[in-house]
Design a protein around this ligand. Structure first.
Ligand code: ADP
Ligand code: MG
Length: 702
């Protein structure tokens, strides 16, 4: 179904000159697309944008070229001086001059034949590279470029610098990208002309050219028209695909779900607390949606600890009362098991049968769950992605709930929609996503917010502590444990890398074991499922009182009587993550503490992050600070990765375009719901270009 026009961009990158399987693997590390398990394609390279430039326009002449400066020089080759035979430590030198002076071009481990060919004695050449002055003599070690005078025009005077990865040379990557650009076909314009005019956007092809062959460093600015044009395209692709899915969601319209309140009431009676006003409000909104014949597509936003799970459970109760089944998907297995542990007793007491399905259920156990789902004997199933795989058939799934998912994309939405009955959908997130991000990630969803925490919660006291005071901290923690408190102790995960020598969870466990004895436990991502469960259970029950953990506990884990969280190398975590982690405590009615242990010296951004954490517990404030701080990283050119789920668009720089794209997408689909007319056909190309083509399958044939 893909337009053949795009075939060249969908070819594997190994179809490019100079890209074999080995180089291809390296290139896959730098392309911005989330490749999953597919191989990189030529089209992925065109969105691999340079992060900066090397400006080679400075042509001062040899004598006036300053130490360390990048210069371009027009010089005559005088003589070659190869190293003495057998002595590889002496460099190969080529002496050249211009009107102002003499310069030594210096090469280590040189290939003589290559140098003789590219720098023939008596010829004029252009060289570009970094100047080095040593004892008053100028030299240039390994010039970046050497060209004959007649080819000088081909030198990139403003040279783009691409993200690199170990083993991949800049030259090879540049060459591959150059070839990829040459394969971009002539395509019809998909952009609305009035939008293009208003923003003075260049065409798609011009924008790519300008970014990859900048004439000026400013061409590469995220705020420049070239980058903004591509960002707009990407937003538009995203918004069109979300709108298509949404339209489809409506088209397969659901059915009204109402109940007599029997199960809901029983669940409420079993709760040891009453709902907050926010929870009641959200539930009323959800129940109103469920009662409508249109399908529900609702986001439930609530800061960590605001009590989303019980809202989900009550919504599920309503679905079951109406005679259907509900599924609750969690991002990790730990979380799925925890949900089951909280939910199952309440559910069973209300007459709902609950079960779990993750990758871990195998054999008999799995077969039984599948059977229960197919027969309808299981009313509520909790699990991971496994819930929506093809092999799983439901008798009558009417409500799908997705918990804590920041990356709930079109793909998952389609997988869920494919489950026969076009279930209503509730997505729950603890990340207090600013409105703009809701739009990018979820499109037009209805939103319910939990704005208050359950009564009786105490504020969390947050302190920062330099690593030098580690021993003192351990003493205090020891005391806290003997007073009966429970402590999470978070270590950043070590990827076996020499550069980042962080204390691994296992090391920390071993070093604290003598202090805490049998009261210390360990949980990390590389443990087997059953071991993780056991570690969590022991901590929950109080058998262990200090839980050394990696960020596997980041989302959603609920041990209400844990009152202290220590985060090691807090300076290495992002704000959103720190906030999530801190949210593991302060869940009961006792005062809690968060200790951010950091290693000096702190960078500016890290310093700000820690002080934001100290100053506020408000998830929305933190999310906004997070965006701001990331924006600054961007300006400083230190930022590597973009907005999650996007290849070129950066929410900090391009947020203003997002709403324009959303309105544009809406209007487009109102006029041409199946993307049939001229612009519609062009927009189809756009969807493929940015990998949003799953939604194209929803269009009627033609
Ligand atoms: P999150 O929104 O982070 O998923 P949870 O659903 O895990 O939060 O709830 C956090 C804790 O608050 C749980 O221990 C839960 O039992 C408790 N809780 C939820 N709602 C209320 C309420 N209305 N009153 C008191 N405690 C509540
Ligand atoms: Mg939760």
């Amino acid at each position: 179904m893909r337009p053949p026009l795009l075939d060249p961009l969908f070819a594997p990158i190994t179809s490019l000159d100079g890209v074999g399987p080995k180089v291809a693997k390296l290139i896959e590390n730098v392309v911005p697309a989330d490749l999953g398990d597919r191989a990189a394609r030529v089209g992925d390279l065109i969105f691999t944008l340079p992060h900066s430039v090397i400006d080679r326009r400075h042509r001062p002449g040899i004598a006036h070229a300053a130490e360390g400066a990048i210069v371009t020089l027009e010089v005559r080759v005088d003589r070659h001086q190869p190293p003495p035979r057998g002595n590889r430590s002496v460099p190969y030198r080529v002496y050249v001059h211009d009107d102002t002076g003499e310069l030594a071009l210096t090469f280590f481990h040189a290939h003589a034949a290559y140098l003789e060919k590219s720098l023939p004695e008596g010829e004029w050449v252009v060289v570009s590279g970094r100047m080095e002055w040593f004892n008053g003599r100028p030299s240039m070690v390994h010039p970046d470029h050497i060209a004959r005078l007649e080819d000088a025009a081909s030198l990139p005077l403003v040279e783009p610098v691409y993200p690199l990865t170990a083993g991949l040379s800049a030259k090879i990557l540049r060459r591959a990208i150059g070839q990829a650009l040459a394969r971009v076909p002539a395509m019809p314009e998909w952009m609305d002309p009035s939008i293009a005019r208003r923003h003075t956007f260049p065409s798609f092809a011009q924008a790519l050219q300008r970014l990859h062959n900048p004439a000026d460093p400013l061409d590469l600015s995220a705020e420049g028209v070239a980058w903004r044009r591509l960002a707009y395209d990407e937003f538009l692709a995203g918004q069109v695909s979300l709108a298509l899915v949404r339209a489809n969601t409506r088209r397969l319209s659901g059915r009204p779900l109402t109940g007599d309140g029997r199960i809901e009431d029983a669940v409420r009676r079993a709760l040891p607390y009453s709902l907050t006003a926010s929870q009641e409000q959200a539930l009323a909104e959800i129940n109103a949606d469920l009662a409508e014949p249109e399908r529900m597509l609702r986001l439930l936003q609530g800061d960590v600890g605001s009590g989303k799970t019980v809202v989900a459970l009550l919504a599920a109760a309503r679905a079951v009362e109406a005679g259907g089944q509900a599924a609750l998907m969690a991002p990790t297995e730990i979380l799925a098991r925890q949900h089951l542990a909280t939910i199952a007793p309440l559910a069973e007491r209300a007459g709902m049968r609950a079960a779990i399905l993750t990758g871990r259920e195998k054999g008999r156990e799995r077969a039984e769950v599948l059977e229960g789902l197919a027969s309808g004997a299981i009313h509520l199933v909790v699990g991971t992605h496994a819930l929506f795989q093809e092999a799983v058939a439901y008798r009558d799934l009417v409500l799908a709930i997705v918990d804590e998912q920041h990356r709930f994309g079109v793909h998952q939405r389609l997988a869920i929609t494919a489950k026969g009955n076009a279930p209503d959908m509730l997505v729950m997130t603890a990340t207090p996503i600013p409105r703009t991000l809701v739009l990018t990630a979820f499109g037009d969803m209805d939103v319910s917010r939990l704005t208050e925490k359950p009564a009786g919660r105490q504020p969390i006291k947050t302190v920062t502590l330099p690593l030098e005071r580690f021993d003192e901290l351990v003493d205090r923690m020891h005391k806290a444990v003997s007073e009966g408190q429970k402590i999470y102790w978070i270590c950043p995960l070590v990827e076996e890398s020499e550069e980042i020598k962080l204390m691994s969870a296992e090391d920390r466990f071993n070093s604290l074991k003598p202090v805490f004895g049998s009261a210390i436990g360990l949980v990390h991502g590389r443990m087997k499922g059953a071991e993780k469960d056991e570690a969590m259970r022991a901590f929950k029950s109080g058998e262990t009182r200090v839980l050394i953990a990696t960020t596997v506990i980041e989302v959603g884990v609920d041990v209400p009587d844990a009152t202290i969280i220590v985060i090691e190398h807090a300076e290495r975590f992002g704000l959103a993550q720190l906030h999530q982690l801190r949210g593991r405590v302060g869940r009961g009615d006792r005062a809690s503490t968060c200790v951010l242990l950091f290693k000096d010296p702190l960078g500016e951004t890290a310093k700000r992050r820690l002080s934001v954490m100290r100053d506020t517990e408000d998830g929305f404030v933190i999310a906004e600070e997070d965006l701001k701080l990331r924006g600054e990283g961007e300006l400083l050119g230190t930022r590597q990765s973009g907005t999650p789920g996007f290849q070129v668009a950066r929410i900090e720089s391009h947020a203003d375009l997002l709403e324009v794209a959303r309105d544009d997408a809406r209007l487009l689909l109102t006029r041409d719901p199946d993307l049939q007319d001229e612009r519609g056909q062009a927009v189809r190309l756009l969807l493929y270009l940015f990998g949003r083509d799953e939604a194209v399958r929803l269009l009627r044939a033609g």
